[in-house]
Ligand binder design. Sequence first.
Ligand code: ATP
Length: 220
Amino acid sequence: MIEIEELGKSYGTRTLWKDVTFSLKSGQLTALSGPSGSGKSTLLNCLGLLDKPSAGAIRHEERDITRLVPGAARRFRRDVLGYLFQNYALVENATIAQNLDIALKVRKRKGATAKAAMAQALERVGLGGRGQDRVSQLSGGEQQRVALARLLVKEPQLVLADEPTGALDRDNTEMVVGVLRQMADAGCAVVIATHDDWVREQCDQLFDVSTSAPASSTTG
Ligand SMILES: Nc1ncnc2c1ncn2[C@@H]1O[C@H](COP(=O)(O)OP(=O)(O)OP(=O)(O)O)[C@@H](O)[C@H]1O
């Protein structure tokens, strides 16, 4: 789905990574590993068009997305990408339902279909019937589950997750990875930057940015 070709990133004379070449496939979870400061978030940001690589290309359906004009980059983010961050990136002063509405609009879902999709997503993450709760009043684990429900209704082709379980307990970590696996099974490609060994073990492919070379598959 995404081909990363000889990608490199440098700040001045400091090279974070170079010659990064690997594929992100539909149906697969890919873990990005490497010590703190090795450039995992930077690689995710390049995939999400929030940062630009210094060399190489990232191809989606043959098109190098690092060279998109601003309008096309916005459409790529809106139509193809879903993000999951450690700090949830929700509209805190709004309700759960209002946060999900934004993603439903992207999918052009309205009325009963939108309602059903929202109810199903909230049920899946254990927040059934809580649509009118205000995000600011939820715990961290609950907020991450709202972010997950938002991903479920958005149905992106590519999910970029930056330390999505860094602040969570084991139950919530398992919920997050379970939903990401479900999305992969539905055809999504998922990339997770993580320090968590258990999360890494659940992935199909592991890429260590500090060696800038693909490591072996964890599960084939
Ligand atoms: N604009 C910038 N100019 C110079 N250096 C930068 C810039 N942005 C990021 N860096 C550096 O790039 C390095 C990689 O940062 P990044 O956040 O990608 O690492 P990481 O592997 O995700 O780390 P962590 O595991 O701690 O989240 C850091 O040392 C950071 O200071």
